[in-house]
Design a binder for this molecule. Structure first.
Ligand code: UGA
Length: 453
């Protein structure tokens, strides 16, 4: 496997292409979007992803990465094909497999022309049984060949995060190889062993459906951890002097719990956690089991942005004609992605209540412009966003917001600050102004107490 094709150049596919090329693998990266290909050929990334641009430029320059729109030629010219197309959500929550279907038809046609064994690797997040039935059936029909004999088939899910896609791809916590046939699994295992020869991540060998459910279980557990701590945060808020951050960091010391993904906030967003949870619930319900826990995770998350607005209302009263500034619209820091971002729900509710909204974000303003147009004001700097406001809500955990001090808010009309991300120093802020934060029970009581020491 020294020549591979990668089909679908989103976060997963483009990052994988650049990382493999940087490891000396000859890659043909394919996408059907001509504008995207034009950008990528010039060394530009069509989204924000730290350190990917350098890797893309060097991979193109050293000749290891070729960009193409032709799936069939890419498959014919390589030993293995990674499928990394999107699987968006249908209205009923199920995964939309139309991109996957189109790509499989083209791969099948290409396989018909090939005499050598070729491995097809499904990296897209797909519901259990998709690889071993949906994908296999299309490939066999179009290629008129047999899986396990003429070509190999593997489900090989991806665990990278936006914002750290390159380092996650270079250093995965695990590699999951769900192979239909042993030959394909063995070849992919030795491929990954070479790629990761220095860090040697655990390699899990299993069947395709197990690999597929592992990915859903992974994201569902992460979503559960976040909704759990948000639920505890919402309880803490009613207990004077209690801070969910102390609770989270302490329960995180228990190795059975672990400290990561216990940051209370305005709820999880992005293109994966919400969509994958819906797909898992829909998959399960279609089979007659209603996963109540996962549904509660979702409804807790749906409610979380409204808790933030409620805090603003408690300190500000009626929101009508009140100027509210929002710091951060991206679903998390280090990305310009606003898909399912809690900021959107917060802004919509503020507008419904008659507030006048201004927003700031270091990278994502252009992404929300089409959603709100002239209904809100887009500010080029933090000070421009908050000056003369009645209330400021911090919604994204950008590093530049962590540096803000009470003096930076002095030009507000009323100094009311809501920290929905817990990035500000609550003790300092509560001393100087009206301050509330997710998971923080009355901070003034907290300051006046002896904190148990
Ligand atoms: C997520 C998973 O973390 C990846 O492992 C997975 O590969 C990816 O989905 C995918 O399926 O492709 P990502 O969507 O990039 O990655 O974002 P996360 O870092 O998981 O954050 C998701 C949301 O949870 C963000 O809105 C973030 O702010 C929020 N979050 C995260 C919290 O509110 N609290 C936390 O403690 C952690």
């Amino acid at each position: 496997m020294s020549n591979v094709s990668i089909i679908g150049l989103g976060y997963v596919g483009l990052t994988l292409s650049c990382v493999l090329a940087s490891k000396g693998i000859n890659c043909i990266a394919v996408d059907s979007d001509k504008n995207k290909l034009q950008l990528i050929r010039k060394g530009n990334i069509p989204f924000v992803e730290p350190s990917l641009d350098r890797l893309l430029t060097s991979s193109i320059e050293n000749g290891k990465l070729k960009i193409s729109a032709d799936i069939e030629r890419a498959v014919v010219g390589t030993d293995a094909t990674f499928i990394t197309v999107g699987t968006p959500r249908n209205k009923d929550g199920t995964s939309n497999l139309s991109h996957l279907k189109a790509v499989c038809v083209s791969i099948g046609k290409a396989l018909r022309k090939k005499s050598r064994y070729h491995i097809v690797i499904v990296k897209s997040t797909v519901p259990p049984t998709t690889t071993s039935s949906f994908v296999k059936d299309i490939l066999e029909k179009e290629s008129r060949k047999t899986v396990g004999i003429d070509f190999g088939l593997v489900a090989n899910p991806e665990f990278l995060r936006e914002g750290s896609a390159v380092s996650d791809t270079l250093n995965p916590h695990a590699v999951v190889i769900g192979s239909w046939d042993k030959k394909a699994g063995d070849q992919l295992e030795s491929f990954y062993k070479k790629i990761h020869k220095d860090n040697k991540p655990p390699i899990v060998r299993t069947n395709p459906s197990t690999a597929e459910i592992i990915k859903y279980a992974n994201n569902a557990f992460l979503a559960t951890k976040i909704s759990f701590i948000n639920c505890i945060a919402n309880i803490c808020q009613h207990i004077p002097g209690v801070d969910v951050q102390t609770v989270a960091s302490t329960i995180g010391l228990d190795p059975r719990i672990g400290s990561l993904f216990l940051k209370a906030g305005p709820g999880y967003g992005g293109s994966c956690l919400p969509k994958d949870l819906d797909a898992l619930v829909a998959f399960s319900e279609k089979r007659g089991y209603s996963p109540k826990l996962l549904k509660a995770v979702k409804s807790t998350n749906t409610q979380q942005p409204h808790i933030t607005v409620k805090l603003a209302k408690q300190l500000l009263g009626n929101l009508k004609r009140k100027k509210v500034s929002i710091l951060g619209v991206a679903f998390k820091k280090d990305t310009n992605d606003v898909r399912e971002a809690p900021s959107i729900k917060i802004i919509k509710q503020l507008l419904r209540e008659g507030a006048i909204v201004s927003v700031h974000d270091p990278l994502a303003l252009d992404q929300i412009r089409p959603i709100f147009n002239d209904k809100i004001r887009f500010a080029a700097s933090v000070s421009n966003c908050i000056d003369s406001a009645d209330c400021c809500i911090v919604v994204t955990d950008w590093d530049e917001y962590k540096l803000l001090e009470p003096k930076d808010f002095k030009k507000m009309r009323k100094t009311i600050i809501i920290d929905a991300r817990r990035v500000l120093n609550s003790v300092k802020f509560a001393k100087n102004m009206k301050f509330a934060a997710i998971g923080l029970g009355n901070p003034n009581t907290f300051n006046n107490r002896d904190k148990g020491k």
